[in-house]
Design a binder for this molecule. Structure first.
Ligand SMILES: Cc1cc2nc3c(=O)[nH]c(=O)nc-3n(C[C@H](O)[C@H](O)[C@H](O)COP(=O)(O)OP(=O)(O)OC[C@H]3O[C@@H](n4cnc5c(N)ncnc54)[C@H](O)[C@@H]3O)c2cc1C
Length: 358
């Protein structure tokens, strides 16, 4: 009988899961990789979708990449990514192209946590490794649209097989090891050498491993659609804002998007928030709008885990789990690291190498 190849079962087709598939295919091509995704498409938090209200492809969440992000920089193509970023202080309405005075703004955005609450170990790490102060590393890149096309679709072909609409519900165990994966639409028996990588957000992973979820912070994205192309000062494509409602302002032709990070549940009326934010945007753009254009609000309540000292101390120490053949990956799994795409890829590397050595 023909021997079944060793199979790595990757749960979740977000950036982390697909990066696991890429690393495995490039370094260990004899290993068979199967990715299982609960949704009907890849990409997780950095996917794009067709928005019926705006009749456009929108990103589920607007993302920036820092020039210092070694892993993510590989996806940046100069003709596709914008880097014309300005900094605006909403209180005194001053504009600057210098990043250093806006350091705490960048820390807040990197960690989706108020700057004064961020764990010192994470700040140290960002300053030392992720964000050294060399000019090219200070660049910030923004993909106007279509993160799926620019990141996710480049990774998907590395998986040998992908099953969509396939949600892992339970890990069956035998003799302390994972023995079978129970999905909503199939059961998969694990071979003796098979490994499982849970490349999931913290809340879904906690359900499967029966651990307590970590505390999370939200992010609000608001998209405004105007009848004409929108311009930001000095031809900028995006603006980082301090002391204002928005943290970032992005333009893409006639769509203006804002991001508000580190939000709890304190925003009760999101419609009022969107109207108030538009008035602030008027000041930034030096105009006086007669009315607020049509907008839509996306409130990502559990965008990332909080990155304060307590939550950071509760993050896992390694990619190992209570089962010797099950491993974890994802932005939240790397203690002392900011929860971002760069960390997601680093966690994929760690999980794959830990699994290979185990
Ligand atoms: C609003 C917002 C803005 C952000 N901005 C930035 C930014 O500017 N820069 C940056 O670097 N990072 C940013 N991030 C963070 C970045 O999106 C994440 O770090 C990254 O996408 C994490 O990828 P992941 O694959 O680990 O997790 P996810 O993208 O969450 O992927 C997990 C996947 O697992 C699937 N899944 C869940 N449960 C199951 C199950 N039981 N069975 C099968 N599949 C399952 C999900 O459907 C999902 O596709 C932002 C995040 C948000 C929400």
């Amino acid at each position: 009988m023909e021997k079944r190849p060793t199979t790595y079962h990757i749960i979740g087709a977000g950036l982390t899961g697909l990066s696991c598939a890429r690393i495995l295919k490039q370094k260990y091509p004899w290993i068979h990789t199967v990715v299982y995704e609960a949704a009907d498409a890849s990409g997780g938090r950095c996917r794009s979708y067709r928005d019926d209200d705006f009749s456009q492809v929108l990103d589920y969440a607007t993302h920036v990449i820092l020039g210092a992000n070694k892993e993510m920089r590989r996806f940046v193509r100069p003709d596709e990514w914008e880097k014309n970023c300005l900094f605006w202080n909403a209180k005194d309405e001053s504009l600057s192209s210098k990043l250093l005075p806006f350091k705490s703004h960048i820390l807040k955005s990197c960690c989706n946590t108020k700057a004064e609450q961020i764990a010192p170990e994470i700040i140290k790490n960002i300053i030392k490794q992720t964000f050294p102060w060399l000019p090219y590393k200070r660049k910030i890149y923004f993909s106007k649209h279509n993160l799926s096309q620019r990141i996710i679709n480049l990774l998907t072909p590395f998986a040998d097989e992908i099953f969509y609409n396939t949600k892992l519900l339970k890990i069956e165990t035998q003799f302390g090891r994972a023995a079978q994966l129970d999905f909503n639409n199939r059961q998969v028996e694990l071979g003796a050498d098979d490994k499982v990588i849970l490349a999931l957000d913290n809340r879904n992973c906690a359900k499967l491993l029966k651990t307590d979820p970590l505390s999370h912070n939200g992010i609000i994205n608001i998209f405004y659609r105007t009848s004409q192309k929108i311009f930001l000062p000095k031809g900028a494509s995006f603006v980082a804002v301090v002391d204002g409602i928005a943290d970032w302002v992005f333009v893409n032709d006639n769509i203006l998007g804002i991001t508000i990070s580190a939000v709890g549940d304190d925003y009760v009326n999101l419609q009022d928030l969107a109207r108030e934010a538009w008035q602030e945007l008027d000041k930034l753009r030096g105009v006086n709008s007669a009315f607020v254009p049509p907008f839509k609000v996306l409130h990502h309540k559990h965008a990332t885990i909080a990155q304060d000292a307590l939550t950071n101390s509760q993050r896992p120490e390694s990619a190992k789990t209570q089962y010797p053949n099950v491993f974890i990956a994802g932005d939240w799994t790397m203690k002392d690291h900011p929860c971002c795409m760069e960390t997601a890829v680093l966690s994929a590397k760690r999980a794959v190498f830990t699994a290979i050595k185990s």
